[in-house]
Ligand binder design. Structure first.
Ligand code: F6P
Length: 362
């Protein structure tokens, strides 16, 4: 029997367990592979003793409806820049050679990493250094290049939309402006989808820096017409024309990305400055990462899991299955990590939003 190692890395999202179950099912059906899982991404391999679990049909039965990941995950476990504490000093150490050697010692023939753009850059590095690795696209942000959808995105959009749906009646009842801050890092996919789905008046995405005067003009015209309330959806990575992205805290050691958050409060102050409106802020935060995956993400997880296992069986390492125009097909990890996927300026989401009178802040 050949040995396959599975891991989830980076931020969690709904649908990860569905991929794990699909890979285990496909491998048991094939009959030539045993599947194992490394807990907390590569930490399960790098730790002594190893924290690796044998994944069977019994262990993974029914997990596809559960959020999170049964394997757990970390976003500070990059083996190329692994955070360690030596004599009270924080250092980043390249443990990739050690990782590849340990995997060989443990008898693994292949690895499947379920991750986002940061994780797949690491996978590409490991592949170039001799590891037999295949990727699976996941992240609520939908910002991985080369795929139309990543696992977790559609469920996060559902969650954000439901939250905004709940905020609209309270905005209406109190004649308020309610600003909802959604996740998505430097891409506005969650924001624009949920704003259109819920029917918000303003959607502010990182791709279009906003002009506060344009938002004030939109609110003034709306309140003058007597509607008496407004809903604004803003991406955590949005910024004003003159400003910068807002971070909750400075970079955590070993964590590649800034911890975004706080732009909605900044926007609320900018609106209050000059307009006599009652403004409230709701930050959805990690709620968007939780919950049971919707049917779309369950199907995508199943297809990605099966196709990733197929790539392993065929020895097509350095590849990742993606969803393109309704089909699942493989592309190279190199291609998938060659760019960061934002909403292109001429995208139909942007033109549709504008055509419906949604203010995009420009
Ligand atoms: O990448 C997914 C994501 O949820 C982003 O939308 C967000 O900026 C980030 O992760 C939050 O990460 P953490 O789990 O470290 O708070």
């Amino acid at each position: 029997m050949k040995k396959l190692l599975l891991l989830t890395s980076g931020g969690d999202c709904p649908g990860l367990n569905g991929v794990i179950r699909a890979v285990v099912k496909a491998a048991e059906h094939d009959g030539n592979w045993q599947v194992y899982g490394s807990r907390r991404a590569y930490c399960g391999v790098l730790e002594t003793p190893n924290d690796i679990v044998h994944l069977t049909n019994e262990l993974t039965a029914g997990i596809h409806v559960r959020g999170g990941t049964i394997l757990e995950t970390v976003n500070k476990g990059n083996p190329i820049a692994f955070p360690v504490n030596v004599d009270g000093k924080h250092l980043l150490v390249d443990r990739s050679k050690e990782l590849i050697e340990k995997l060989a010692e443990l008898g693994f023939d292949a690895v499947i990493n379920i991750g986002g753009d940061g994780s797949h850059k690491v996978s590409q590095h490991l592949f170039e250094h001799g590891l037999n690795i295949v990727g699976v696209p996941k992240t609520i942000d939908n910002d991985l290049y080369g795929t139309d959808y990543t696992i977790g995105f559609q469920t996060a959009v559902d969650t954000a939309t439901e939250a905004i749906d709940r905020l609209i009646p309270t905005a209406q009842s109190h004649n308020r402006v309610i600003i909802t801050e959604v996740m998505g890092r430097d891409a506005g996919w969650i924001c624009l989808h949920s704003a259109i789905a819920a029917g918000a008046e303003v959607a502010l995405i990182p791709e279009i820096p906003y002009d506060i005067e344009s938002i004030k003009a939109k609110l003034t015209s709306r309140f003058n017409k007597g509607h008496g309330f407004a809903n604004i959806v803003i991406s955590e990575g949005a910024k004003s024309l003159a400003g910068n992205v807002v971070c909750k805290q400075s970079n955590e050691f070993g964590y590649e990305n800034p911890v975004l958050g706080g732009i909605a409060e900044q926007l609320a102050s900018q609106i209050r400055d000059g307009l006599d409106l009652d403004v409230r802020v709701t930050v959805l935060g990690h709620i968007q990462r939780g919950g049971t995956p919707n049917a779309f993400d369950r199907v995508l997880a199943a297809e990605f899991g099966v196709q990733a296992f197929e790539l392993v069986k065929q020895g097509r390492f350095g590849f990742i299955p993606v969803s393109k125009e309704g089909e699942i097909k493989p592309i190279s990890l190199k291609q998938a990590t060659s760019e960061y996927r934002v909403i292109p300026s001429g995208h139909s989401l942007i033109t549709s939003a504008r055509a419906m009178g949604i203010c995009l802040g420009d």
